[in-house]
Design a protein around this ligand. Structure first.
Ligand SMILES: *Cc1c(COP(=O)(O)O)cnc(C)c1O
Length: 378
């Protein structure tokens, strides 16, 4: 379920306190006018929650990818490999740097196809971005092996699987650097927002400086006389978002367990009748989506009718496929990228992603499962 379903009284109270405590400042300075540094506290809590050395909340997930790519030293004309089932943001971040997105197909996990990934590596490859789509992990052990063998860094796009794990580690913390999104549709939300996670101090330092006009926040000097080494930009997150992020993060465990209960009703009742998305072994989803793969277009149409009539809708597949498959992004990935996404488009056309909503209870999911499984029973 997206965080917007569970945003309300606690967040409102925390925001109200922010105003009582001195108003909407920004992440630095004004020590006398304020009681808290909310963005810095959010950063600390992200570290604790996801067991990572460094976190940096930033303005959104897309900028997080761009900043992370820059921290890895990706330059114009370098190649960056990512997957065909994706959100366009990943490719936009690559293109915005002037680098070349190389599109890799997906397998039945709907995430990056390892065999194709091996084929796409060239001397120009400067980074690989596996994307844990719709709550489920990529094959991280193979990806990390490929990274080590070829000495190419891994940037995990974990915008859609916050809270998910691979071999007991949180997704977004297995590669060299990882990113999260807290936009309105993600599992926890600050309206807009994102974060970068890493265990590497040099990457963290670059990201911290770059996202804040190059500021080093040198404790020896006031900010007006701060030191700097690199030219940066402004991708800072606001204190308002920091306040909300801290509250939302506390709700993550609850959301994960509620998601799982609903997901399991669907899984138990539908997996005997339908082909469902393959989940990577040794991984734990954040259970925000359940995906059916159905070749028969008539049956697909019937499922979509049921979902619409009962007010469940779908999550990106098929309703927003044009924003989630590189086949439709010639403007950004070129002819070659479109060609590399042909098989993915064919596969995704057969997928129906059922969203997990908090506003629907287990009985609603049972009823939904019955309606859908009946299509195959009789
Ligand atoms: C949401 C999302 C992003 C971008 O996040 P924003 O915070 O909306 O900019 C990037 N990649 C994927 C896979 C996403 O789903």
């Amino acid at each position: 379920m997206p965080g917007f379903e569970l945003i309300g009284i606690e967040e409102k109270k925390a925001i109200s306190k922010l105003f009582d405590d001195g108003g909407v400042l920004f992440a630095h300075g004004f020590n006398k006018q304020r009681k808290n540094f909310h963005v810095r506290e959010f950063e600390e809590e992200l570290n604790l929650k996801f067991k990572t050395k460094y976190s940096l909340p930033v303005s959104n997930g897309t900028s997080a990818i761009k900043i992370a790519l820059k921290s890895l030293g990706v330059k114009p004309k370098d190649e960056v490999i990512t997957q065909s089932f994706n959100f366009i943001a990943t490719v936009e971040a690559i293109v915005d740097i002037g680098a070349v997105p190389i599109i890799c197909s997906v397998d039945e996990t709907l995430n990056i196809d390892i065999k194709d990934l091996r084929k796409k590596i060239t001397k120009k490859t400067k980074a690989i971005i596996p994307v844990h789509m719709l709550g489920a992990s990529c094959n991280m052990s193979e990806i990390l092996k490929i990274s080590k063998k070829n000495k190419i860094p891994i940037l995990e796009d974990n915008c859609e699987a916050v809270g998910g794990k691979y071999k007991s580690k949180f997704l977004g913390t297995l590669g060299d650097i990882g990113v999260m999104s807290f936009d309105f549709a993600k599992i926890i939300t600050t309206g807009e927002g994102g974060a970068i996670l890493t265990n590497k101090k040099n990457l963290y330092t670059f990201c911290k400086e770059y996202h804040d006009h190059g500021h080093q926040n040198n404790p020896k000097f006031p900010r007006g006389n701060d030191t700097s080494k690199i030219a940066g930009f402004n991708f800072r997150i606001t204190e308002l978002q920091g306040v909300i992020g801290k509250v939302q993060l506390k709700k993550l465990n609850f959301i994960l367990s509620e998601n799982k209960k609903r997901y399991e009703v669907l899984n138990k009742n539908l997996s005997d009748f339908f082909k469902i998305r393959k989940i990577e072994k040794n991984s734990t989803q954040n259970y925000e989506t359940f995906i059916i793969i159905e070749d028969d277009s008539k049956i697909r149409k019937k499922i979509l009718n049921i979902l619409s009539k009962n007010d469940f809708g779908t999550r990106n597949l098929p309703d927003a496929i044009k924003w989630h498959c590189a086949y439709f992004w010639k403007r950004a990935v070129g002819k070659k990228g479109v060609k590399n996404s042909l098989s993915t488009n064919k596969l995704l056309k057969t997928c129906i992603a059922i969203p997990i909503w908090l506003s629907k209870d287990l009985k609603d999911y049972q009823k939904l499962s019955d309606l859908i499984s009946n299509l195959k029973k009789y």
